[in-house]
Structure formats: C-alpha cells, structure tokens
Design a binder for this molecule. Structure first.
Ligand code: 6GU
Length: 225
C-alpha cells in the first residue's frame, strides 16, 4: 500500500512514521510512505504557498495553484483510490473507516495548515474529507500520522501476530478487555485468578464479559442495544 502525504511541514511526519510497527512495515516493503513538501511547488522566488483570505479575517489560506500542481504531479505517477483532506470539519475517523481504507492501494493525504486550503481544491480535487475528532489541531500532519498508523497496521503481514488486530478495541464493536503480565502479584495486587487457571474457554468468556462491562461503563454510545 502506498501513501503520498502533502505537507508544508514534512518534518512533522518523519519521526511518527519512522519507528516501530510502521517502520518495520516500510522496511519490509508492505507500506510505502512518500512525504511531499508543498513548498517545492510554491510560487515565485519565495516559493509562496499561502495568501490572505478573500473577505478578510485572521490567518492564511493554502493557495489552490501550488496544491493542485502538487496533486497533478503525484497523479501522473500513480492512480489514487482517494484524495483525502484532513480537516476538523471532515467525516469522523473510526475503526470501520480505517478498515475500509486499508483495502486501497494508493492514498493521497493533504495536510492543511493555517486557516485551511482554498475551497476550490476541496470541491474539485479532494474525494474524501476526514477528521480525527471534535477538537482543533494546528495542522493536518498529526492527524495524517494517526490515519497512516491506524490503516497501515491493518495491512496483512504488518502486525507480528496477524490475529491481534481482530482483538483490538472497536474491532468487534467493544473496547478491549484488561491485560496483565508477570508477576502474578505486584505490590499486593493480584492478577485475576481466572487468567492463571489454564481454562481457555472460561478465560475467553471472562474477557468477553470484561469487554462488555468496560464498554457499558466507558462508551455506552457504541453499544448497539
Ligand atoms: Cl484532520 N486536522 C486538524 N487541523 N485538526 C483536527 C483534525 C484534523 N481532526 C481533528 N482536529
């Protein structure tokens, strides 16, 4: 799977996408991530990428021309399944959306900055607008990293234990149950005895009950009925 990420601060993308699982997926060729500096397509001697908003108001707007030149340059190199703009007024990202996006071959991500991007780019070039939640980040880069991580880890072979994505919180509509590791007692606090019992069927049942209970307590909104 290939991601092309357009940003005015590509440095922000490097570390989050350069370690751990995502790094290993890239090293193994399961995941390609290309970060494109929008400034490369900036206009004039100063490589201008933003300008004042028509009608006035605070903040700058990313101009249509550098952005569309960048998008068109990328589109000459591959066929994108989606051109995604990361924005707080987009469709809320969730596990089902991550699952759907993981079925694609090529995704382009556009990180906005300042007051956003010229609306004409959104209207005529962007195919999907995605938000990471109801709060405002100062740019789309951290949101893009979250999307690439959530989607990238679903690509077959990326996780060491391929079944482990299936037991994630949200993947079955429930939060994940609590987990414990050694020692069996820590500062007087024991691990629930059932986990040491060796009865796999009862352990599975206990985990399911814990997941239900945790979801009911913390996220009753995601419980169907
Ligand atoms: Cl995708 N971008 C920005 N700038 N802020 C956000 C967001 C995205 N999602 C939530 N807040």
């Amino acid at each position: 799977m290939h991601f092309s990420i357009i940003s005015v601060v590509p440095e922000l993308l490097e570390s989050p996408l350069g370690h751990s699982m995502i790094r290993r997926a890239r090293d193994r060729g399961l995941l390609e991530i290309e970060c494109v500096d929008l400034r490369t397509f900036g206009l004039g001697a100063y490589r201008q990428v933003d300008d004042y908003p028509y009608g006035g108001g605070a903040g700058m707007v990313l101009m249509a021309e550098p952005l569309v030149n960048c998008i068109e340059n990328l589109k000459r190199q591959r066929t994108y399944d989606e051109i995604i703009y990361l924005t707080p007024d987009g469709k809320r990202f969730d596990q089902p959306m991550a699952n759907r996006l993981s079925l694609n071959l090529n995704l382009m991500l556009i990180c906005g900055h300042y007051k956003g991007i010229d609306q004409r780019v959104r209207d005529h070039w962007v195919s999907l607008e995605v938000s990471m939640g109801d709060y405002v980040l100062s740019g789309g880069e951290i949101a893009a990293c979250a999307l690439v991580d959530a989607v990238g880890r679903l690509i077959p072979g990326v996780l060491n234990d391929e079944t482990s994505a299936l037991s994630d919180s949200f993947q079955d509509g429930l939060l994940a149950p609590p987990v414990y590791t050694r020692p069996a007692e820590f500062r007087g606090f024991p691990v629930p005895g059932i986990l040491l019992s060796g009865h796999q069927a009862r352990i599975d049942e206990w985990r399911h009950e814990q997941a239900l209970q945790r979801t009911a307590e913390r996220r009753p909104d995601i419980l169907g009925d």
